[in-house]
Ligand binder design. Structure first.
Ligand code: TTP
Length: 609
């Protein structure tokens, strides 16, 4: 007899979603690097504040965002580790003893590297992964789990394929913490770890997902020595709520039968996408605090108040149900190194110093990206903001070729090169000085500088294995110089850029293009530069649900070293506003759905007329 190839009917549309979140991530990375036991209280410090606190320190009352001094008072034995930084002369980030905010730039490279290794392990077990920041991700395990059900269980339980209940014995206690079934007892929504009654096919889905998740967590611990927590459920929102339920180093499973009991006491604004203004607005409008409080509103009620799609979404989400897909994360399209300058840089020399630091960081990131994705940026841009500007001023040009960018100094020289030969670092500094001299009066135009940001854009597969060498490029530059006969005048041609254009041939850049690419020139100082592209932050249009976000969209101006790049709009978001920003996108999606609904209704109406 042929093996059946159909899943139990009740599994149609039923998903298995796993959310994994590393415990006190930055702190664990530092603990492992330093060989510190997790039992020793420790925290990661950025300037004076704490950005990650381990669980031993939390047990002593230390919290994130406290100052290092406060933490020491609470827990004198705490180990404080400052994040690595780039200093003015560093080619790589260093653990400086006393880094200074006004001269050093925070580096997240070590956490990025750890993150890469973690996600490599995720990828061994699942193809559909949505990365949320460096230390957490959703995995849609449905296909893999269903395949196992089909292969291993369906042939043995043929008589149950039309039922919801399969009664397959499951050792839940080996799989993590299973949330208690909803027994209708309002006072008892605590979890328990004993075996829940009757197994359904969808429970089996979660049990198999939980087994895989345990394996992933084990591999992360065995190979990288980090602990993490996981949540396993039928939807993204509940998987996330579950992963944070029993931190650290545990996983929590939410069966469908336990969903209502679990959701009842969940604070409404803790639900994914409800942490921002939309959540607050709905909370106030309905006069609710918990998800359970919203159950008294009928679907019709909610749709009348918030529109068809939003109302339906709220109705489902407070019952633990959402059908948001796990959107597999794509490789980034751009890389950025940015620094907000508070206090501002008052001299051009300071600005150049920051350009040196940022270009070193960007240089390293570009090469790491090349290693990971075999992609090279097509263009490159610099943005500067002075106290006279309301937004960043930005200039871009084609990117340097791979061959020509073999050291961080090379990238810095990108901005400052004129007619000399840049020979790595030593010359880079000489050139910096020379450029500052050459810039002369323009010094006034970029200062006081409030922010500098360098960006490598248009990352795509690199086909330029046979690029010109740096020597060739400079030979060509020299040739160009001789042709120009302007070697000591302050024309825009003085600020030629090293670059590779699409065919990696410096000769194909026209003079006109060179003028556009030059940075900055006497004739066209940055403040009045006509070729410079001013980045105007895109504010969301205030309408419908987006009104809640009117002031919340993060502007380019607020970029700084503590940013995260949104995978939906590619904007840099301050790390403490990530949640708010993702909520904004969520609201945007809802609004679009709402609009589509209305359009459909209108077109149906029109058809009817
Ligand atoms: P989180 O996952 O929010 O927190 P965590 O991993 O430190 O602790 P938990 O076990 O409670 O999940 O953040 C991940 C890392 O991101 C964190 O280790 C440090 C960094 N981070 C910041 O630098 N600034 C911030 O404002 C936040 C929230 C996190």
């Amino acid at each position: 007899m042929e093996a059946p190839n159909e899943l139990p009917r009740c599994l149609k549309g039923s998903r298995c979603i796993v959310h994994i979140d590393l415990d006190c991530f930055f702190c664990q990375v530092e603990q492992v690097r330093l060989g510190l036991s997790p039992d020793i209280p420790a925290a990661v410090q950025q300037w004076h504040g704490l950005i990650a606190v381990n669980y031993a320190a939390r047990a002593k009352g230390v919290q994130r965002m406290e100052t290092a001094a406060e933490a020491k008072k609470l827990c004198p034995e705490i180990q404080l580790i400052h994040v690595a930084t780039y200093g003015p002369n560093d080619q790589k980030p260093q653990y400086h003893l006393k880094p200074n905010r006004s001269t050093h730039k925070v580096s997240l490279d070590v956490y990025r590297e750890a993150s890469k290794n973690i996600f490599k392990i995720f990828h061994r077990h699942c193809d559909k992964i949505q990365k949320i920041g460096l230390d957490e991700g959703y995995m849609d395990m449905t296909d893999k789990v269903n395949e196992i059900i089909l292969q291993q269980y369906v042939p043995r339980y043929l008589d149950k394929l039309d039922d919801e209940i399969c009664s397959i014995p499951i050792h839940w206690e080996e799989l993590g913490i299973t949330i208690k079934n909803d027994d209708g007892d309002d006072n008892d929504s605590k979890q328990y770890q004993s075996i829940p009654p009757t197994t359904t096919w969808s429970d089996l889905q979660l049990a198999i997902g939980a087994k895989i998740s345990n394996q992933i967590r084990k591999e992360i611990f065995d190979e990288l020595h980090y602990t993490c927590s996981a949540g396993i459920g039928h939807a993204k929102s509940v998987a996330k709520l579950c992963s944070s339920r029993n931190k650290p180093d545990k996983q929590t499973i939410l069966r469908r039968s336990a969903m209502m009991g679990f959701m009842r006491d969940i604070p409404f604004t803790k639900i994914r996408n409800m942490g921002g203004k939309l959540g607050n607005e709905v909370e106030n409008d309905l006069g609710i605090e918990t998800a359970g409080d919203a159950w008294k509103y009928s679907l019709k009620d909610l749709q009348q108040r918030f529109g068809e799609s939003t109302g339906l979404w709220i109705y489902n989400i407070v019952r633990g149900d959402d059908d948001e897909e796990v959107n597999a994360t794509k490789a980034p399209k751009s890389l950025m190194a940015a620094k907000s300058l508070r206090p501002p840089a008052y001299t051009q020399a300071e600005v150049h110093q920051w350009i040196g630091i940022l270009s070193t960081e960007l240089h390293n990131r570009i090469w790491n990206h090349m290693e990971d994705f075999q992609q090279w940026p097509k263009s490159f841009s610099i943005s500067l903001r002075t106290s006279k500007d309301t937004s960043y001023r930005s200039k871009s040009c084609p990117m340097l070729s791979r061959d020509s960018m073999k050291s961080p100094g090379m990238l810095s020289s990108f901005f400052i090169i004129n007619n000399d030969k840049p020979v790595k670092k030593l010359v880079f500094y000489r050139l910096t000085q020379k450029t500052i001299d050459l810039l002369g009066p323009i010094i006034e135009d970029v200062t006081p500088c409030l922010g500098v940001s360098l960006q490598a854009n248009g990352l795509e597969h690199d086909h330029s294995a046979t690029n010109h060498s740096i020597t060739e490029l400079f030979a060509q530059q020299q040739q160009q110089k001789n042709q120009d006969h302007h070697s000591h005048s302050l024309s825009p041609n003085h600020y030629k850029t090293l670059h590779s254009n699409s065919n990696n041939d410096i000769d194909t850049i026209t003079k006109d293009q060179q003028q556009k690419l030059s940075f900055p020139s006497v004739q066209s100082p940055l403040t009045t530069e006509t070729t410079a592209k001013t980045i105007t932050p895109q504010k969301p249009k205030k309408q419908g649900i987006l009104d809640f976000y009117g002031k919340n969209q993060v502007d380019e101006e607020e970029e700084d070293e503590e940013t995260w790049k949104c995978d939906k709009c590619f904007k840099r978001i301050s790390r403490d506003r990530i949640e708010e920003h993702t909520d904004y996108h969520f609201a945007l999606d809802l609004q679009n759905a709402e609009r589509n609904n209305n359009n459909n209704i209108n077109s149906n109406d029109n058809n009817g007329n």
